[in-house]
Design a protein around this ligand. Sequence first.
Ligand code: Z57
Length: 832
Amino acid sequence: VEASIPEPQREAWKKFAPKPFQTAEEFEREAIRHIETTLARSLYNCDEFATYAGTALAFRDRLIIDWNTTQQNHTFKDQKRVYYLSLEFLMGRTLDNAMLNVGLKNIAKEGLESLGFRMEDIVAQEHDAALGNGGLGRLAACFLDSLASLNYPAWGYGLRYRYGIFKQEIVDGYQVEVPDYWLDFNPWEFARHDIKVDVQFYGSVRKYQDDDGKSISVWEGGEIVQALAFDVPIPGYQTATTNNLRLWGSKAASGEFDFQKFNSGDYESSVADQQRAETISAVLYPNDNLERGKELRLKQQYFWCAASLYDIVRRFKKTHRSWTEFPNQVAIQLNDTHPTLAIPELIRILIDLEGLDWDQAWDITSKTFGYTNHTVLPEALEKWSVPLMQHLLPRHLQIIYDINLQFLQYVERTFPKDRDMLSRVSVIEESNPKMVRMAYIAVIGSHKVNGVAELHSDLIKTTIFKDFVAIFGPDKFTNVTNGITPRRWLHQANPRLSELIASKLGGYDFLKDLTMLHKLEAYVDDAAFRKEFQEIKYANKVRLAKLIKDSTGVSVNPASLFDIQVKRIHEYKRQQLNIFGCIHRYLQIKAMTPAARKKVMPRVHIFGGKAAPGYWMAKTVIHLINQVGKVINSDPDVGDLMKVIFLEDYNVSKAELIVPASDISEHISTAGTEASGTSNMKFVLNGGLIIGTCDGANIEITREIGEANIFLFGNLAEDVEDLRHAHLYGRYQLDPALATVFDAIKHGTFGDASSFSALVNGIVDHGDYYLVSDDFASYCKTQELIDEGYRNQEEWVTRAITSVARMGFFSSDRCIDEYAEMIWNVEPVVPE
Ligand code: Z57
């Protein structure tokens, strides 16, 4: 490795190399220095925000030192690297996590106290980095934490959106979207002004024969947009490894700033060009599990893939290896189909720019990529229209046709008698307009395809990718069950529980090896441990009750059962089942005598989650929840027996508060629709029980913690198809209790009934696609079992502690080790 500073001049470097702070006093000095000089504030105007900023900058300096060392070390060791391509990284706040990972939170706490501030107040100043929608984006963030914590040489690549996921406000019971401008003060990113990539769009392809008669394609014309790198350090837990997350921002290429226009006085239109280029990275598309085929979205995808691949290839070329070595040095993981264009882009680089032939390029490419599928929902599977691709990416469309031709020829040779097979597996759907099936390109162009929970991985093999299993054989398809980082989701979100566990396990090693939790089972009958465990849960509920009071004005009693469903609002996740269940419970309470009411187990039903702005049914569900809450929360017949709360703007930092406060959380998707779910794991790890369907990772959670410790209900995935048929052919009866609920809604009990008619009719008249009616009775019955179960607090605590002890499998560390071994073939690098 060549250093830019020659040996004689390195003396100064050695003498002046920055030294990280170690003590509370040194931390204070660094924070004050930043407040005074970097921020130009003084002790006369140092508020909580300035103190946050000073603290963040002091910690940033620390991260950078380790980050530089790590990057040098990775270059020097020159091992295979993994690149995680994700359009979403739902990071949340950084400071708290950074303090915990470098092991200096207590020192900072002490330092802040002596400056007159409380740690909680300072940490709460930070704006969430919300560059994601839901589970897929949060999974990417957990993976980055595990990759660094396990010392893997790994990079994340994504887009630097100027606006992350919108902020949700609830106004008169309706969701209102407010832009999330989060970059006002972001100390965690570094603009790399020297790292720029020109990305081409539009134009045309010229073909010619070179002197040897070889056919050459040149992509010419069109427009150029420049990608600028913004780097975010990702510290591992208790390791010096600090990896890099590189986010691309867009701006007009320098040549594009039109001086012609400028000189002729058309300044406005030259600025407009600039703005048009910046639009590419302006906003995160706010859809989760829903694809809308917008041109700008395709532009985002290509912009990000092209910049990332240029960067990866450039890094590889610095090592002067032969191209055949590329897959031994580079593993690229595709987080869903969003980065699928990276496949034709790598082929284009290898053939058009590096002069390789098709077979070599194809071999290298397919050995390099792995593809993770996260959904079987048809509305989420990406398809792009052929005319749009032809227009925007003419060369890539040709390559896609070439991939398809080679592939279909192979299929024809292998299955000569099966004519239907060819049209079923073709990358091009013969519709009008023709569509490119991105998932098929991802499967064909990768060496491994994985689902994210066992049931889901089985389902993709028998449904959407069935033919591909026949073509490639079953070994190409595998499962890696999702996981979560215990650092953020236990230690950071629930410090008291983490401390209690550490006191029994002899330290915090379980945060690096979560399977150690099993040793907690020895304490399940330990009275002092149980009492402390219960007290922690209660304190967390008090903390959540305060958030509820502050944000909704409703007082809830922390002694009641807290029942929580927080996740994106989607019909398949069935928040409607939950709210219909609430109405059912309310009607029952209303019908009771005062004596009977005394026996009701008091519950707080807490909902949270965003609806995609264009998803009307999801917005209707939010409206109904708020209307039901309005009626129930002010009904004197009900009082504290029941509250229905909608917490606005559910995000990562709120999840850190909400998750540790549940008694029961709801994971009640129609069986076969939720690929995995990951909040289910977070809730159980924090001592809450689950009501859930036999779907996604719920099944594996049950296997680990035992059937006695989870409340499962509802129809099974294998029965869903028949049930749907029964609805369509009138061979079913609406559940009678649900019919009563609908009567109350139609009667106007929760406001204008017509607002909710689409929601009700979808179930009554239009096939009940998500089988709400079919699962309603077993859902309500199971809720009664939960009431009974909660009454017996001793048994409940036993179940909760046992469950926590058995959650070791669901660490994202286990998950990353599986990817590393089965898919990437990468090894950790020992940190310097
Ligand atoms: C998304 O959040 C998920 C899948 C998608 O295809 C898209 Br687009 C967004 C989620 C699944 O719905 C969850 O079940 C899963 O746990 C998560 O991805 C992570 O795998």
